[in-house]
Design a protein around this ligand. Structure first.
Ligand code: BGC
Length: 822
């Protein structure tokens, strides 16, 4: 018997029409990104896509590009849920335009350690802030009939050994910290939850009792638990647990083995019925059932609307970490700006791994600053050698030799060398998974015509895993195979495959024909991925460094753009350390020595060390801000917009001060020994014991105006404490302030964080304007998880409530007793 509320008349009637085999078939994906259809119940295939920083769709190359949003860290730095609502509407429109029903996001794991490889993809180190942003994403996207997926349930907060690591987390910490954002989103109505690869307390998450309780039983989750990709690795334990759907497909550990297990009585058929019922409910929600509601139409956004929102959102998330008055720098006649650093040219709009999309365009810092200040005002010097990476030829720089269309010709050749399929792809990036042609293809050939726009040396070549033969103008210049380096990580090699280039002297305007013959290393699955492209070239390192210093010295303002890359911040691995890549600290220091008006822009998804922080005029933390990076940065530097961000995570000054550093399991286990004390809570605890403060505290960030914040006044509304405060913009221009409410409990009878975030709001006001800020505090903020009662309880008596502009700001404190309030 189906449990209510799943047993709607529609779902019950449909279930009765299905045989066991038909039901079980629905529980494994049909392909990498689709679920099975089932004509017997009028079900069309449901399409899923990563998520969360845009919607990639089914294509793994530039076939069907996407809007590239600011990554979660940047979005959360806005502290403005309205931004998420607007970005959510864009996500829904992108999903609909790509025929996607389910977005695989948001990621609501926590910034437990700053080393976490997917740090950029998650919102914050704080469970409450993360839950609020996750819930806003769910509501905004699902309002348009597109499903969201809260992932990865749970304790997938770092990447080392992610398939096998067993996170050991005590009950209270799970409830108050790691489960809390999921609870918030489930109660907000998320239609899917993704079970993680890792284990928690000894059981893999695709068979973990936490899928049942609290997720389904206590929180009443009526959606689908989808596995992370290939995370279901057994039949009965997972099928007998709260796991509903195994992805991807069509093969997997369920299928026939599960049918057998049901027939043998080892998995009850009721369990199968429940999973299918959940799937059918999801199908009716996204409009995939003939007998259910139709798919909700969503108007597509045009490029201007997309760029406008993404530019504004990125600027609103950028954090001004330091400013001695140098910023903003409005454009003026005769102004010269020296732009320094590889990242100014090779902008890192997003992090690596499954969260990445193929952007329609990326505005680099150099493009953005040239546009804002005028090309003549800008001097540029990269200063340091480029990252060793191959850039696929972009559409517009190469043409298909057969048709003359922009892009690259791809031919699929069979065993006999006959072409059995061919097409034009838009750029030098070719990736395919699950395409039937791959099984038949003995080789894949990419040909294109490249016309250089300058004279001299060009390093052209390829990257991928497999066998290659490379010709330039009919002459073979490279053959051999590229594989995973000895002892190398499979995932890392897949995401950043080895490359090979040859140097050629080419002439401006003289077209050359490039031909790459590729024998994919299929690794047992129909997957092929290869890049045809070029590497950036660099002059003599010492001379180039010197040129950067001279450019900076000769300019009125120096803007140094430093950062990490998507190869450093990605899924599949964690960062070994927090220092910027080699040479960047030295570059910043030397530029600052010659130009007192040095502005540093940090382009990273997660905290990096900034040993020069006090030696430069201003620092803007730009995160991975999405496709409008340069335009948003220009807005912030010129003052057209305020940098609106406040830190959603603590930035340390030194690695040795970081409270939670370890991400490597010991004997397969990763102990969350710090319990409740992660992020700023851990810094506060350490600080109370004499530990060093961080470089930049949680919640901090500057703007371009000044504020006066009045003492808070408390009232209640229903079960909520409402905090009101008069906030006055005392400066000379419009601005934004983020008010944060922290609770603490001196003399508590239970162990607690020193302080914890309980509410926040953003206010915007014109120069001289006074506005009333309002923060609502939910009862949960006062509760703790009682491990004896296994329930939420409120310790009687008064708490201290502090209204502040960062966790380190003394602000205004008032006593608050949630029971006595009113
Ligand atoms: C990631 C998920 C992602 C999935 C599909 C996995 O490796 O952990 O976040 O949604 O792949 O791309």
């Amino acid at each position: 018997m189906l449990a209510t509320p799943l047993a709607t008349p529609l779902v019950t009637a449909l279930l009765e029409r299905l045989t066991l085999e038909q039901k079980v078939r629905l529980l494994t994906g049909a392909s990498l990104w689709t679920l099975h259809d089932e004509p017997a119940v009028g079900l069309r295939p449901i399409a899923v896509s990563d998520g969360p920083t845009g919607v990639r769709g089914a294509a793994l190359d530039d076939h069907d590009p996407s809007a590239s949003l600011p990554s979660a860290g940047c979005v959360c730095a806005t502290w403005d849920l309205e931004q998420v609502r607007r970005l959510g509407a864009l996500i829904a429109a992108e999903a609909r335009a790509k025929d996607v029903d389910v977005v695989l996001g948001p990621t609501v794991n926590l910034h437990r350690s700053p080393r976490g490889g997917r740090h950029f993809e998650a919102y914050s180190e704080d469970p409450y802030l993360t839950g609020e942003f996750g819930a806003a994403y769910v509501t905004a996207v699902q309002a348009h009939g597109v499903a969201t997926t809260a992932k990865h349930y749970v304790a997938n907060d770092s990447e080392t050994d992610r398939f096998t690591v067993d996170a050991r987390v005590d009950e209270r910490t799970l409830r108050e910290v790691y489960l809390a954002p999921f609870e918030r989103m489930v109660k907000e109505g998320a239609w899917l939850v993704m079970s993680a690869y890792n284990s928690v307390n000894g059981t893999t998450m695709t068979a973990n009792p936490l899928l049942r309780d609290p997720l389904k039983d206590e929180w009443g989750f009526d959606g689908v638990v989808v596995s992370d990709w290939m995370a279901v690795r057994d039949t009965e334990p997972s099928a007998n647990s709260g796991q509903d759907l195994a992805m991807p497909g069509p093969d997997g550990a369920w299928g026939d083995a599960l049918v057998e297990a049901v027939k043998a009585g080892r998995v009850p058929e009721d369990a199968i019925d429940e999973k299918v019922a959940r799937l059918l409910l999801l199908a009716s929600r996204v409009g995939a059932l003939e007998s259910g509601p139709a798919t909700v139409p969503v108007e597509p956004w045009d490029d201007t609307a997309i760029a406008g929102l993404l530019r504004e959102a990125a600027a609103d998330g950028m954090v001004l970490a330091r400013n001695n008055g140098t910023l903003p720098v409005p454009p003026r006649e005769g102004l010269t700006v020296g732009v320094i650093g590889q990242h100014a040219l090779r902008a890192r709009a997003q992090g690596g791994g499954s969260a990445s999309v193929f952007p329609r365009r990326v505005v680099t810092p150099l493009d953005g600053l040239r546009e804002a200040y005028g090309a003549d005002a800008i001097g540029f010097a990269p200063g340091l050698p480029p990252v060793d990476e191959l850039h696929p030829f972009a559409g517009g720089t190469v043409t298909d030799p057969l048709t003359g269309a922009q892009g690259v010709r791809v031919r699929y050749l069979d065993q006999d060398g006959e072409t059995f399929s061919e097409e034009t792809i838009p750029s030098g990036r070719f990736s395919s998974f699950g395409d039937a042609r791959l099984a038949r293809a003995a080789r894949i050939e990419l040909t294109t015509r490249f016309t250089p726009d300058r004279d001299g040396r060009h390093d052209v070549g390829y990257a991928g895993l497999g066998g290659f033969s490379f010709e330039v103008d009919g002459v073979t210049v490279g053959t051999g195979s590229l594989g995973i380096p000895e002892g190398g990580d499979f995932m890392a090699a897949l995401l950043n495959p080895p490359s090979r280039v040859v140097s050629h002297d080419l002439s401006r305007g003289r077209t050359v024909e490039l031909r790459l013959t590729y024998t994919p290393e299929l690794l047992g699955v129909p997957f092929a991925s290869v890049k045809l492209g070029f590497k950036d070239l660099f002059g003599d390192p010492e001379q180039e460094f010197q040129r950067a210093i001279e450019t900076a010295a000769a300019s009125d303002v120096a803007v140094v753009v430093v950062g990490t890359t998507e190869a450093i911040e990605s899924e599949g691995f964690d960062r070994p350390g927090l220092a910027l890549p080699d040479g960047q600290d030295e570059l910043v220091r030397r530029v600052a020595e010659v130009n007192p008006r040095t502005v540093v822009v940090v382009n990273s998804g997660a905290p990096v060390l900034m040993p020069w922080l006090d030696e430069v005029a201003a620092v803007v933390l730009a995160w991975f801000p999405g496709q409008e990076f340069g335009a948003a940065l220009a807005d912030v530097l010129t003052g057209a917009r305020e940098p609106g961000g406040r830190l959603p995570t603590t930035w340390p000054a030194r690695e040795e001060d970081v409270p939670v550093w370890e991400v490597t399991p010991d004997n397969g286990r990763l102990a969350y020994a710090e319990g409740l004390h992660i992020g700023y809570r851990a810094w506060l605890k350490r600080g109370a014991d004499g530990g060093n403060p961080p470089a930049l505290p949680f919640g901090s960030g500057l703007g371009y105006t000044t504020w006066q914040i009045g003492a808070p006044v408390l009232t209640t509304e229903g079960d909520r404490v409402v905090v009101l405060a008069e906030v006055t913009n005392t400066g000379a221009r419009h601005g934004k302030q983020v008010l944060q409410a922290y609770l603490s409990r001196p003399g508590s009878t239970v162990e607690r964080p020193v302080a914890w975030l309980a509410g926040f709001t953003t206010v915007r006001a014109d120069a001289g304007e006074r506005v009333r800020a309002r923060i609502e505090i939910a009862p949960r903020a006062f509760q703790h998880w009682d491990t004896e009662a296994h329930a939420w309880v409120t310790e009687p008596g008064a708490f201290t409530l502090r209204i502040a502009t960062s966790v380190a700001d003394p602000g205004h404190s008032v006593p608050v007793d949630p029971a006595a309030q009113g």
